[in-house]
Every structure is written in structure tokens, then in C-alpha cells.
Design a protein around this ligand. Sequence first.
Ligand code: SF4
Length: 596
Amino acid sequence: MKGYCGKILRINLDERKVVKEDLNMDWAKDYIGGRGLATKYFYEEVDPKVDAFSKDNKLIVATGPLSGTPTPTGGRYMVITKSPLTDTIASSNSGGRWGADLKFSGYDMIILEGKADKPVYIDIKDDVVEIRDAEHLWGQTTSKTMDLLAKDVGDKAKVLNIGPAGEKLSRIASVMNDMDRAAGRSGVGAVMGSKNVKAITVKGSSKPEVHDREQLKQVVSDANKKIKENGVTGEGLPTYGTAVLVNIINENGVFPTNNFQLATFDKAEEISGETLAEKYLVKRTGCYGCPIACGRHCKVDDLEAGGPEYETIWGYGADCGLSNMGNIIKANYWCNEMGMDTISASTTIAAAMELYQKGLITDQDLNGVPLEFGNDDAIIEWTKRMGLREGLGDKLAEGSYRLGEHFGAPEVSMSVKKQELPAYDPRGIQGQGLAYATSNRGGCHVRAYLISPEILGLPEKLDKFSIEGKPLWVKTYQDLTASIDSLGLCLFTSFALGAGEYAAMYNAAVGTNHSDESILESGDRIWNIERMFNMKSGLKKEDDTLPKRLLKEAIPDGPAKDKRSLLDQMLPEYYELRGWDENGVPTEDKMKSLNI
Ligand code: SF4
């Protein structure tokens, strides 16, 4: 099949051995690529009960069949492993240019096995793949690592790497690429660190062949037109970046503030996309092949850096009770330098602030840097300490759940399956609450972005307070998203495109014969194999839940005042729609029907 390179790099770090294998095309037909296909390999090869930091855990970096093709946003890659944060399957997604260059080198996927005896990096230039010494890189921040690597491999090579947080096995460490892009969630950077792999550099010279170039040109042109004409992808995201959401979400009364103790922030305007564009924006940036270009480059004082994104602004801003955009930009920069997930890092600081508010963390723990809601100086210093595991930063590096547990109050962790929730209070957006609770990788908005219909009215406006029909919406969004991630495209395209457009691009590039329905069926298969992995790793129905605060306490302020999550009323219908039993386990019939 075209679109794929048809090759995997299997790298055994114990033996320092590189093997080039043929891609399993039967599996590719069922699981597409990227997230889906890498999960199939992982499911077949790794014991679900493996400890995430054991050398028997594997780490797979995978592109999709549309990565590196002329499709809009076709430059993405996924990292699949067992998460040290959630103990579930981890599948973390990033843009930039690295993913496209892996395809240009001739590989769909890299499987890292075992553990190197000392720090290494992997250099890939087409056919030549080398495992090289990385002791000179170990301990360096992410940008310094990229600078040093440019001297080793040339500045045209694309770099994927970890920072000090990954080396120190922080459970919220990210994998960074192209300077400021991140496969951020679920601690995938710590797994890479546990294998003593600091970086993977790639430089490729040939673009993947496609099935029908003329047909692809036509369907890409149609898709780009829809992206341009859509209010979110054609105007909101390009003009203000993802931070366009700050005012919208705050006005809807679902903008978590002070670690979800409130749902509106009276200083939202100061941290809005509009303020960012007016006072700090230097330029817009875009990932490979992206017509949207939602990325930002901002400047404050003498620092110019990529970001920040909406979730980061919220986490370091409202969730910590802060409105100093300059400090948020700096904290985002340091989070990327340390190689940590900005959602988990910022919200773990917010949880620490609540522990301080409750008197469980005291001044003695703080080494002179207060952890109070609204203290502007705290976020930069605590981000650095967390990345380096200094003092109390050592506990913060474990994520908010384990931090809370250490102080006897895990309930301060606003997380699902121990992964921190993003920037939408699910008490006032019922479908999003169900999507959080059932996400296969723990608290997450990009496994099913119900904000689109429930807040933005795309593709149609739903009543955000109602539970009517929400289980089907969540399932459909989960399935579609799984397919988009597996194709190698950016989820943001789905504001403008539907299953039909994705099927058309897939068919033209690969030569398949997919319909809207079969794209969703592939997503259903991917969702179910992830679920089965999680069940075998020990997850239970009880893990499909939300933090107690969001189930038991009503929102105290703003337009969504008095709302609470009605998760329990939606879950049984969701399980039934999925074809799972009352304990949330996929039935044999369901597995058979999906050929799992
Ligand atoms: S929409 Fe934003 S995140 Fe997505 S590919 Fe484009 S620039 Fe990257």
C-alpha cells in the first residue's frame, strides 16, 4: 500500500542492535498507522502488567500513512508506551516537522526495546542508523541539547529529545521535538529517560509515494478550502492561537480557577489570546504542512520563545490564580526546557497551592518560595525545581495525585486515572465530563473534544448542561479522534472536516476504499484495543470516574453555578453503546466483530 514506507526500525538498546523490519500490512489495514498501529504492536509485544520503568516496557514512535504527504497538518507522530503516570496505555501526539522527516528517512515506526547501559542518542539518515554516545548531552535542557546536537549531526536534522525531567524519571516528563513541540502527556519522556535515550535525530531525503497524486491534490484542495472557510480554523486559531479560548470558556463559566475551587476567573482578559496577540506576539508558527498555523512565538523582556498554548496559559494562570502573562510565558519556557508536560506541571503546582492553603504543605517545605494562589513568582521557580527534583520539587515531579497522597490528601488532585485534567470544568459541560472519565489515557481533552459541539457549536450546538445523547457523541468523537491520530493528522482539522474528508484523503494517498462508517469503525477498533490493554493492566470500572469535588460539589460561581457532573447517569449508556458489559469490559462478541 502507498502512503506507508513499509519499514520499521527495531532498536534493541541492550545489544545496541538495529533491525529493519517490514511493516505488518495486515495490521495496517485494520489499525491505520500512528496511534492505532503502534498500539497493536504494543498490545502484541508487551505484558500489560509491565512496570513502566522496567526495561521490558517498550517505547514506540510512530507516524501515520498521511504523515509526510501533502495533506493538511500531515507532519505528526505519536509516542506509545505504558505510562508511569497512569499505568494505562500512553499515546502522546506531537506536531512540528520531526514526524514528516522520519517518513522521509524511509520508516513508519521506531520500536525501542531494552535499556542502554549509558546515555545514547540515535541518529537516522535514510539507510544509516547509528546509536551514539550521549554523555555530553545528559543533564542538558532541551534547547541546549538541540544546539549541541546540531554540531554533531548538522542543523538540517530534526531533533526529538528529553530534558532533565525525563532523565530524572519525572512521571510528567514529555518528549520534545523541533524546539518547542511536545508529545506532552502521560510521562512518555520518563520512559525514554529510563532507557537512557536522550534524543533521536532524523534527516530524510525522499517523500513517501502516494496512490493517486491527482486525486489527492483534489481532496486536499477541498479540505483546505473547508479549513479556510471555518471560523475556528480559518480565523480564531490563526489570529489568536489556542488561547482564543480563554475568554470563551470563562464566559461560559467553566474556566477552572484556583485548582477547580471556582469556575470563573475575574482576570481572564489579562491572560487572553487577545492580550497575547496585542502585547507579546512576535510571530505565528505552524507545523509541517499546516494551513492553520496556531503556534505562537512570544517575547517578554529578553526572552523569545515558542508558545504558550491555551492549556498552559490556563494552568499557570487561572488554575494558580495568576494573571501575569509575562511570567506565564517564562514558566512555559522553563517547562519546555525541563521537558515536562505543561498541563500536568502547572496543575500540579495548583494542587500544591491548595495543599499549602490547607496547611498540609508549610513554609518549612518551601525554601523561601511561597506556594500561594495568586503568587506570580512561584510558577517559574517551582517549575525549575520540579524539573530538577530539588527539595519539594522532587514530590511535585511525581504529578499531583502522588503529591497529594504524600501529604495525605489525594483529593486535591484534579485528575482522572492520576493524569491531570485540562482547562474545562466538566460540571458545566456534561459530555466533556464523560469524555474525561472514559479516556483511555486518563484525564484528557483530546481523546474526545466535546467542547466543539457543547461550547463552540461545531458541527452543531448542543446544550452543555444536558446529558441527552451525550454518550453517543462521546463515543463518536473518541472513534473519529482515534482515526485522525492514526492517520497522522492534527485533531484541530476536525473543527472543519468530518469522517468523509479523512476517508477521501486516506483513500487517495493509500489506495484504500474507506467510507465515513469504516473510518469510525477503525477508530472503534483502536479504542477497544486500548481499553483491553488497560483492563489487562488492572484498570477497573471504578477508574472511569472524576475527582470527588467534581461529582459531589456544585460549581459555586458564574453562569454554570450549581451544576455538578451527572457522570453516573451517562456511564451505563456509554458502556452499552460501546458493546461492553456492565463492568466496562469489551465483550467477546465485540472483540470478534472488530477482529481484535
Ligand atoms: S493546527 Fe496548530 S498544532 Fe495543529 S498542525 Fe497546525 S500549527 Fe500544529
